[in-house]
Write a protein that binds this ligand. Structure first.
Ligand code: FAD
Ligand code: UDP
Length: 375
């Protein structure tokens, strides 16, 4: 049997493209996935204590794209979940993104009032300012505040997460969590903040449930590719691996998760607690907040950042910084030579720090513009 498309990877990019090609073009697809499950890094499962957990770290769906939300809504019902995060600063959990409430939690009332009015006067209420931008302020009180936030919220966390200082990464990494001049404690401000009601894996099962889609698990694509006949390929794995590391290794960052179950109904006061300054882990996530599961016990995950070593651990994050972007562009030039026969897409193949909704949007667009040629 010959397949129209061979797709490497059953994460968002691979699964959405498989679904579109199968359902809209009535073409045959085979997905090759090296893990023993679908759903990529969004994979969730019930642990031995019966608690639904996210194997590769906490996944909170949020988007302002109606197109992406509507598309995924065909495959899942949703639970509304608004993510709240706190970071422990000088022993005290304060709201993150750092906002006016965080100011009042940490400083005396008079000084907080002064900072609040200066922030509103200079930037306006409701504005979001990346910490590296706020650090450039010239007012001495605001400068003090910026240095305080930088030191207590960003510096230690970033050093643990990336083994780099905030300014050694692309500006947009720490800008993901800007200082927010407001009283809004939500981690995200997107229009849609919802989690698949039966979990991500169940949503992927529905996406992939089509007569034109076959899935081969537990297989690196290289082990199978010579035995499978296909016309075109979509590759969602690491780009350097595809090209046999010809220009050297593209750096990714890895993590180690430690899951722990507690015989109590709740472990911490919010879904995610960050520890910028203490311990070797960056954050603890309590899954029940995200999944809204009711149970007498609870499971949490501690995240320990690690260097990525191919074949040993997982490439979770591209590391966005100039030197890596330059290396990526060499691989990208190789990828472009194959345009039309192999499509490269995904967080690993595009070397981009995509959220789930972003990669879903990119996959839908690739389908429309290049695969189905819909104008
Ligand atoms: P992936 O999900 O990585 O899928 C790629 C698949 O390809 C994998 O299953 C892999 O096994 C397979 N593969 C790779 N190489 C090969 C090969 N050689 N042969 C066969 N198969 C191969 N996004 C959010 O929106 N909200 C969040 O809260 C959030 N939290 C996150 C937390 C963590 C710790 C991480 C790491 C990511 C988080 N994300 C979050 C991002 C989200 O995981 C990604 O946006 C999304 O998974 C990207 O989908 P993808 O298909 O590009 O890649
Ligand atoms: N960050 C930080 N302190 C925090 C939260 C975030 O320094 O309390 C920085 C850190 O560099 C982190 C980046 O902001 O890697 C992006 O944070 P986000 O929560 O978006 O990370 P992700 O959930 O993608 O791991």
């Amino acid at each position: 049997m010959k397949f129209d498309y061979l797709i490497v990877g059953a994460g968002y990019a691979g699964a959405i493209l498989a679904e579109r090609i199968a359902s809209q073009l009535d073409k045959k697809v085979i997905i090759i996935e090296k893990r023993n499950h679908i759903a990529g890094n969004a994979f969730d499962y019930y642990d031995e204590n019966g608690v639904l957990v996210h194997k590769y770290g906490p996944h909170i769906f949020h988007t302002s794209s109606k197109k992406v939300y509507d598309y995924l809504s065909d495959f899942t019902k949703w639970n509304t979940y608004v993510h709240h995060v706190k970071a422990v600063v000088e022993g005290k959990p304060v709201p993150i993104p750092f906002n006016l409430n965080s100011v009042y939690e940490l400083f005396p009332k008079n000084f907080s009032e002064k900072l609040e009015s200066k922030l509103i006067e200079k930037y306006g209420y409701g504005l979001k300012i990346p910490i590296l931008k706020l650090k450039e302020v010239d007012d001495s009180d605001l400068k003090f505040l910026a240095e305080y936030i930088y030191k207590n919220v960003f510096y230690g966390y970033t050093l643990k997460q990336w083994a780099l200082k905030p300014e050694e990464l692309d500006f947009n990494v720490t800008s993901r969590v800007p200082v927010y001049i407001s009283r809004d404690n939500r981690y995200f401000q997107d229009t849609y903040q919802q989690i698949p009601a039966y979990g991500y894996t169940a949503m992927f099962e529905k996406i992939l449930n089509h007569k034109n889609i076959r899935i081969l698990l537990n297989t690196d694509y290289r082990e199978a590719i010579e035995y499978i006949k296909f016309d075109k390929m979509i590759y969602t794995g690491p780009l350097d691996y595809y090209f046999d590391y010809i220009y050297g290794q593209l750096p990714y960052r890895s993590l180690r998760f430690e899951f722990e179950n507690f015989n109590q109904s709740q472990f911490q006061e919010v879904g995610q607690m960050n520890y910028p300054n203490n311990y070797d882990y960056t954050r603890i996530t309590e899954f029940k907040y995200l999944t809204m599961q009711k149970s007498i016990n609870t499971t949490v995950a501690f995240e320990y950042p690690q260097e990525y070593i191919p074949g040993i651990n997982e490439p979770y994050y591209p590391i966005p910084r100039d030197i890596n972007n330059e290396l990526f562009s060499k691989y990208k030039a190789e990828a472009e030579k194959l345009d039309g026969s192999v499509f490269f897409v995904g967080r690993l193949a595009d070397y981009k720090y995509y959220n789930m909704d972003q990669i879903a949007g990119v996959a839908l667009q690739l389908f429309e513009k290049k695969i189905a040629n819909i104008r």
